[in-house]
Design a protein around this ligand. Structure first.
Ligand code: GDP
Ligand code: MG
Length: 311
């Protein structure tokens, strides 16, 4: 879908033949800030973000078109090495397959946590790569310089001769520098998407994700992971300046359904209100949102059901 956003222009337009374009994979452990970074680099909130790992389930493109380049970011579910139910395994497959189809990899590391065994594992996989790899050491807004140095040294040892950029996706510190490095590594190529295109996702899917984000933010423990959201109706009524959205929230057990609905519907109401505000801000119109909750036993382990949800 397309939508205009203001963007910092980085340089004056180069000759047509020097235009660069390519796919940039954002990879890393869950929760390091890949989705936040994608939103900040594209300049629009496309990917949902929560403090819980495994918020991102599918692959999402975020497209940034500048005078001299088009960067097509691929947000991936976090790569994590431990095995889990089918949903988790599918997420790892999606993340790894993204690597094969991209031109550049940006490895995102959480500076607060430092280098974890999973980061080392991902770095090992990337160290043999013929592709350009850039390391974004994220969340530096929360780390002192003294703590940053040893992490930088460790990274330089793990991935020698790769560029490392300390950044904050939250405060946007050093993002222009990261952007320039990425552009410098892109292949010379004409743009692959129209210059006002922001993502490959439909408005329906974006709405679905915004509702799911609220479920993630407003429920605890296993509930977020047992939840899927499907937008069943998405009707624009431009003459009335409203958007009507009906969505189905699927959980695994009736106890989870009760938790999502809350006492006399209180939690579902809160989820709906917060999602509606996000939707109204994004689509720039009034939104009517209807939410329903359904139980589907063991959907996270059912291949058929995952397919139905586009996972
Ligand atoms: P992902 O799982 O790698 O996609 O991570 P998310 O983008 O969902 O972010 C996970 C959490 O880290 C969220 O609570 C974000 O607000 C937080 N986060 C992301 N980037 C930054 C950053 O630069 N600084 C700080 N302090 N927090 C961040
Ligand atoms: Mg994410």
């Amino acid at each position: 879908m397309a939508r205009h956003s203001s963007s910092p222009s980085i340089a004056s337009p180069p000759p047509e033949s020097q235009f660069r374009c390519g796919f940039v994979a954002l990879v890393g452990r869950p929760n390091v800030g890949k989705s936040t970074l994608l939103n900040a680099l594209v300049g629009s909130k496309l990917a949902i973000v929560s403090p819980k790992p495994q918020t991102t389930r599918t692959r999402l493109l975020g497209i940034k078109t500048l005078p001299q380049a088009q960067l097509i970011f691929v947000d991936t579910p976090g790569i994590h090495t431990h095995a889990g139910p089918l949903l988790n395994r599918r997420m790892v497959e999606v993340a790894l397959s993204a690597l094969a189809e991209t031109d550049i990899t940006v490895l995102v590391i959480d500076a607060i946590r430092g280098i974890m065994p999973e980061d080392q594992e991902i770095a090992r996989r990337l160290s043999n790569s013929q592709q350009p790899v850039i390391i974004a050491l994220n969340k530096i807004d929360r780390v002192t310089k003294a703590k940053l140095l040893p992490v930088l040294e460790q990274l330089a040892t793990l991935l020698p001769e790769r560029e490392i950029v300390p950044v904050s996706a939250l405060t946007e510190e050093n993002l222009p520098e990261l952007m320039l490095l990425i552009i410098g590594s892109l292949p010379v190529s004409p743009a692959l998407y129209p210059d006002d295109e922001l993502t490959d996702q439909s408005e329906r899917v974006l709405a679905q994700e915004m509702i799911r984000e609220q479920v993630f933010l407003q429920t605890q423990q296993e509930i977020p992971y047992a939840t899927a959201v499907l937008v069943e109706e998405f009707i624009e009524k431009p003459e009335k300046h409203v958007l009507f959205i009906r969505a189905l929230i699927t959980v695994e057990r009736s106890s989870q359904r009760a938790i999502i609905i809350g006492e006399r519907g209180a939690r579902l109401k809160q989820i709906g209100q917060a999602a509606r505000m996000q939707l109204e801000a994004f689509f720039g119109t009034k939104v009517f949102l209807e939410l329903f909750v359904k139980v589907s036993k063991g959907w996270t382990n059912s291949a058929g059901h995952l397919k139905e949800l586009g996972l």
